[in-house]
Structures are given as structure tokens and as C-alpha cells.
Design a binder for this molecule. Sequence first.
Ligand code: GSH
Length: 209
Amino acid sequence: MPILYHSPHSRSSRVITQLLLMGKLEEVEVICVGVVKNDGSGRKDPRNAHPEGKVPYLVTDDGQHVRESAAIMMYLEEQFGQPLSPKPGDAQRGPYLSWMSYYGSVLEPVLVAGFAGLYHPALTGTFRTMAEVSAQLERGLAGKPFLLGETFSVADLLMASPFQWAPDFLPDSPEIKAWVGRVAAKLEGLGLEQFDAKAQASLAAAEPA
Ligand SMILES: N[C@@H](CCC(=O)N[C@@H](CS)C(=O)NCC(=O)O)C(=O)O
């Protein structure tokens, strides 16, 4: 059984969401760990196999270690028959791979630079800014409800996730706001909140006094 290292209400919650959507949560061993938060609270959990103590982190059946949300989500898609992503040969395969990579290569750096109030020509030269990200999202969503067309995919789950945690970063675009709303509707009633509440409680109970 693959092992997923997860911390409640964190970036790994979207991997739990993916597993809930696929109906495969029972087929993955989830180990709940603490992490260091941006405010310095928390701690690097010795039970976490991630070399830097981050989440999500996946150890596969055959002992491969997989890091980065996009890689983990694509790995799990393949392991479970790609219910939420296009297979090789599908016309949406290129856009799918592009959005999954764009998340970690562009969206996260742009959001973190914005959040930290950083401006430097090297940052904007390399990653551009939220204006370009918004333009790409609007272009990607033109005339369709989801990034890959009519069908919701893990690309929507990943790309919309930062705007669900931090609505302040949501671009002022009716098309993008409507898409984030459609993604949220897909996740309603899945049970993520209950899962994370239980995970939080088990973590608090295990915490040394
Ligand atoms: N780009 C990574 C980011 C992982 C990440 O920074 N996760 C946060 C949780 S939201 C974390 O583990 N923080 C703890 C730390 O940095 O020590 C991914 O998407 O997987």
C-alpha cells in the first residue's frame, strides 16, 4: 500500500481530496504528521519521510519516494487508472501536463512572491506576475467550464486550490471566480473537513506535552 504523509489543512489536503474523489482513500495508508508553519509554530515531525519535513510526500508500494504535489497527484492518478485526468494519446494530455507543471513552476512562486511583497526583475523575468497568471487562466477557461474542457480534472483541483485557501489572492476576474466556484461545488460534501478535523485531533493527542 502506498504511504501518504499528510498534515491537516495543508497542501496535502488536496491529495486527500483527490483520493476522496476517486474513492481510493482506503487504498492508501495516510500518516498524519506535524509541519513547521509559516509563523514558525509546529515542528519538523520525525515520523515524516520527506527529507525537509514537508507535506505532501508519497512512498509507493515499491519504495519510490515522490515529492511535490503535482508529481504525487499524477502518480496516484496513474496508479488508480486516471479517473480524473487524460491518458496518453488523449487530446487534453498536453494541456493537463502543462497545468500540472505550471502550478509548481509558476503559480506557487508568483503567489509566494506576491504574499511576501517581493518585487525583483529576476522574479518577474522568470515567473511573470499574477497579471500573466490570470490572463493564462482566462485563456485556458475561455468557453469551457474547466481547464481541460467539459470535464473536471485534477488540474482544476490543483490550480484552484490556493484561491480556495486564500480568497484574497483570487484575481478580480468573473471567469476565474466562476471557475473556482465550480471547483468548490465539485468538492462539496466529500468529507474532507471531517477527515482533517479527525487528523488534527489525532495529531494533537499524539503531541508530546
Ligand atoms: N511545492 C511543494 C510545497 C510543499 C510545502 O511547502 N508544504 C507545506 C505545507 S502547506 C509544508 O510542508 N511546510 C512545512 C515546512 O516547510 O517545513 C508542494 O506543493 O508539494
